[in-house]
Ligand binder design. Structure first.
Ligand code: SAH
Length: 258
């Protein structure tokens, strides 16, 4: 994960929330927590909610003003659920992560801070004006305010996704790229579709006079799943078992008829 990114919490009231933030950060590989004048910290409740992220709590820096928390940072984002009077450059968390990614790519030592407000009132206008960009998680307007731990989680997740993409560590699409069995070849798929067609003709499911789009739809369904070669063999095995039981049935019929 990127280093030199601080999560700054201003005047947090509930110490449990500080613990939840520490946990959200550690899950995403972030460690730098700065507490600006917290109401009560350290606390038992914070440790309980940190659920194993105690190291983030014990390494947390404590300062008395936001200015002090961000004085060494080159890039500072304030998070806010509400639009304010004087508009400020505003972005969503994904755009923020893209900006951070570009800055970190150019120089990983650049210091970044992301600032979170009080549970009841958020950040003051003066505090917001200390930050270059405002980040708003696009929640629904009628109920826009997230719990601070959840807000940190969303931001930290987007930063991590940006980081993983930059590091080439995202397995997207996962199918077939890190698979234990090689994907079926087009040849294998063609044989499967031919086999499928023969079998459904035999069962009577496919009417040769009215084929509709049956085989095209089956093809699309199976192609969409990107089956591997074992999966294709399994499907062929199932079709063979259907073929055999049809054969057996018709032999029995013949014998009874004879
Ligand atoms: N009632 C406050 C919200 C406080 S929630 C207000 O109206 O501003 C506590 C903090 O969580 C906020 O200060 C902000 O840092 C973060 N937060 C909550 N919801 C958010 C959202 N939708 N977008 C960005 N940050 C959010």
């Amino acid at each position: 994960m990127y280093t030199e990114i601080k999560i700054v919490l201003v005047n947090t009231t509930h110490s449990g929330n500080i613990g939840a933030v520490a946990r959200a950060m550690k899950n995403m590989g972030m460690t730098d927590l700065v507490l600006v004048d917290p109401k009560s910290f350290p606390s038992e409740e914070a440790s309980v909610r940190a659920a194993g992220a105690d190291d983030v709590l014990s390494n947390a820096m404590r300062v008395s003003t936001l200015k002090e928390a961000i004085k060494d940072c080159e890039l500072v984002f304030a998070t806010s659920a509400r639009a304010r009077h004087i508009p400020w450059p505003i972005m969503d968390p994904r755009e923020m992560a893209a900006v951070v990614g570009e800055v970190k790519k150019a120089d990983s030592a650049k210091k970044v801070a992301i600032v979170f407000g009080r549970e009841d009132r958020g950040l003051t206008n003066d505090e917001l004006h200390l930050c270059q960009h405002h980040v708003c998680i696009p929640s629904v307007e009628a109920f826009s305010s997230l719990n601070i731990g959840s807000a940190v989680q969303v931001i930290a997740y987007e930063l991590r996704m940006g980081f993983l993409a930059q590091a080439g560590q995202l397995q997207c699409p996962q199918w077939g790229t890190k698979w234990d069995v090689p994907l079926a070849t087009q040849d294998q798929l063609d044989l499967l579709f031919a086999h499928f067609e023969q079998t459904v003709l035999k069962t009577g499911f496919l009417d040769p006079d009215k084929p509709r789009q049956l085989m095209t739809r089956i093809r699309r369904l199976i192609m969409r799943a990107l089956p591997d070669s074992i999966e294709v063999n399994i499907l062929r095995g199932i079709l063979t078992s259907v073929d055999k039981s049809i054969k057996l049935k018709s032999q029995l019929k013949k014998e009874v008829g004879e």
